[in-house]
Design a protein around this ligand. Structure first.
Ligand code: FE2
Ligand code: FE2
Length: 272
């Protein structure tokens, strides 16, 4: 695991960066999730780190530190992504992130650490499950992308999500043992996914509304049909990967790396 510091010049792209406008909205709207949840993850992992043994758990502690630095870079660039959306046609985008973030703040203030770690693993297991669809180009294809900066940012992010996919899982196993960790990760994924997805859907509804302003009723109808088709296409690309976390023997470390995983990371790894 390595911290990388890529930059993506979003100013060269339009927020309509792919041929499939409705699919692009789904991805752009999903952009309200990473920065907020990664700020949350960093805080939760700092709390977990305090419960570990500095000697016996030295390796896991070092991985948590790298994990937090990677998430710190992800959230920095995803914040730039939101600023770019705000300044290029979607002035209300931060309202949707703020509503999501308020929930996360409430979890930090009111939920126990095991619950917050389970919620974290819900997100991390989703990144691991979705990695192949992003890294190997399935999502880019649904969007009709042609190598845009926003899609390259997402692909780098998903490659690093794959790289650090086992860290939260290992923390759960270490702190609570395999049986309780299994219950926690199932409950965490069951709660995290509809929760974060629901917030992204609110953002998507707003962005579709912006894009559809000025369309005729027939055009709106066709756009809604394309939106539903894009959802179906994305679900097809993800396949059954989202079920992995619910298997008793799930171990993210054992998941086969996507075909282009090493190549994408290498693009952003400084030569030593
Ligand atoms: Fe991340
Ligand atoms: Fe992550």
């Amino acid at each position: 695991m390595l911290v990388r510091y890529p930059t993506f010049d979003l100013s060269t792209s339009s927020p309509q960066w792919g041929d499939n406008a409705e699919a692009v909205v789904i991805i752009n709207a999903g952009g309200i999730i990473p920065a907020a949840i990664e700020r949350f993850l960093i805080r939760v992992m700092r709390q977990a780190k305090k419960l570990l043994d500095p000697v016996a758990d030295a390796e896991l502690i070092a991985d948590i530190e790298t994990f937090n630095k990677q998430e710190g870079q992800h959230l920095k660039l995803h914040n730039e992504y939101l600023l770019w959306l705000r300044d290029n046609g979607y002035p209300r985008i931060f309202e949707f992130e703020a509503t999501f973030e308020a929930d996360l703040q409430e979890f930090l203030a009111t939920k126990p650490l095991d619950w917050n770690l389970a919620y974290s693993e819900g997100f991390e297991s989703t990144g691991c499950a979705m990695a192949e669809a992003w890294i190997d180009g399935g999502i880019a294809e649904v969007c009709g992308d042609h190598g845009s900066a926003p899609m390259r940012l997402w692909m780098w992010h998903l490659a690093e999500e794959f790289e650090h996919r086992a860290v939260v899982h290992r923390v759960l196993e270490r702190l609570y043992g395999p049986d309780r960790a299994f219950e926690l990760r199932k409950a965490g994924a069951e709660f995290n996914r509809p929760h974060s997805h629901g917030h992204a859907e609110q953002a998507a509804a707003y962005m579709h509304e912006v894009n559809r302003a000025g369309m005729t009723p027939a055009e709106v109808e066709a756009s809604v049909e394309r939106e539903h088709a894009a959802q179906v296409d994305m679900a097809r690309v993800y396949g059954d990967t989202l079920e992995w976390v619910f298997q008793p023997g799930y171990d993210p470390a054992q998941v086969e790396p996507p075909r282009d995983y090493e190549a994408i990371l290498a693009m952003y790894t400084p030569a030593s």
